[in-house]
Design a protein around this ligand. Structure first.
Ligand SMILES: NC(=O)c1ccc[n+]([C@@H]2O[C@H](COP(=O)([O-])OP(=O)(O)OC[C@H]3O[C@@H](n4cnc5c(N)ncnc54)[C@H](OP(=O)(O)O)[C@@H]3O)[C@@H](O)[C@H]2O)c1
Length: 294
């Protein structure tokens, strides 16, 4: 079984590389952005012809959420056109496409505390508030229109020992400063990239063991279990690392950014757990595993 991974040097790409050895039945092909530029349809065709993958995991994306507001064409080219190109080549070669999407397809504007206990399900209506979320949603829609054999996995707040992410930024800032202010009114769930990598490979393993029922294709949510604010995430990082720092909660209004972020973007994972029998770690437990590797 051949699994081709785009964006192989990104955070999730490196997480997939770190667990690849646990899946001996899979021949992995990791492509970085110069080996496979997903905005280049001819290059996509040529790489697919060379490796003939059974599955493609698309981790490649334009992920600079704030910068996307000032360069929407580039974000659209990678997140929408790139996803479309992969759907086209996957259809031509009958390759199952696993595409990673985001909680930023949702506005996160919930009006009552009750609504904020449920989490977004896969059937909730997306309503992105920024360029990044919009281009990712359009990428999802392109795939849905072109190639039915797809899994679109929406995830949130991805961190790991690899690449740049919130956890590593907090650790760096703690070594440079005595106090830190972190937003406390955006609620979501951290996702350890290695847990996401394993979830993707379990889906692939399940699909390879038995023919996939057509009804299984579609959108799935995946993050760790539980929920927190960015402030609580930072607090837990410092607590687990025994770091003493003056950490202050602040409202989003005190930390303006070019892109508006969802206020609440917890994802309901009932579907992925039911269909693929996944058990998912609580976010604090996965954070502890990740911090032990730093
Ligand atoms: N990070 C998060 O918090 C988060 C949250 C929700 C969803 N997601 C989604 O999760 C997925 C993985 O994210 P990540 O954290 O691994 O992002 P990442 O670390 O930014 O990695 C993205 C990778 O995509 C590559 N790339 C960019 N343009 C490309 C192109 N035209 N062709 C091929 N590769 C290209 C980049 O390569 P270069 O560096 O060479 O450009 C980079 O290696 C993305 O779909 C993202 O939207 C991430």
């Amino acid at each position: 079984m051949v699994v081709l991974v785009t964006g192989g040097n990104g955070q999730l790409g490196q997480a997939l590389q770190s667990v690849a050895g646990n899946y001996p039945s899979i021949d992995f092909v990791f492509c970085n952005s110069s080996q496979l530029d997903i905005t280049n349809l001819e290059q996509c065709k040529s790489v697919f012809n060379q490796f003939k993958p059974n599955f493609c995991i698309n981790t490649a994306a334009y992920t600079a959420v704030d910068k996307a507001e000032s360069e929407p064409e580039k974000a659209f080219d990678i997140n929408t056109n790139g996803a479309e190109n992969l759907a086209v080549v996957c259809k031509e070669s009958d390759t199952i496409l696993l595409h990673i999407s985001t909680d930023f397809v949702f506005s996160g504007d919930f009006s009552t505390p009750l609504e904020m206990t449920k989490g977004y399900t896969e059937t909730d209506k997306p309503n992105p508030t920024g360029v990044y979320g919009l281009t990712k949603l359009q990428g999802e829609q392109s795939i849905q229109n072109i190639w039915e054999k797809h899994f679109i996995i929406r995830t949130s707040w991805v961190y790991s020992e690899f690449a740049n992410n919130f956890m590593k930024t907090m650790l760096r800032l703690a070594s440079e400063r005595e106090s830190l202010s972190v937003v406390s009114d955006q609620i979501g769930t951290p996702t350890y990239a290695v847990d996401l990598a394993n979830a993707l490979l379990k889906i692939i393993t399940a699909c390879h063991a038995e023919p996939v029922e057509a009804s299984y294709f579609g959108i799935y949510n995946f993050s760790n279990e539980g929920q927190c604010s960015w402030y609580e995430f930072a607090k837990e990082i410092f607590a687990q690392k025994d770091i003493n720092i003056d950490l202050k909660p602040i409202p989003t209004s005190a930390y303006p950014t070019p892109a508006k972020r969802p206020g609440y973007s917890v994802l309901d994972k009932t579907k992925i757990k039911t269909i693929f029998g996944l058990t998912i770690n609580n976010w604090e437990d996965s954070l502890s595993i990740c911090l032990s590797k730093i």
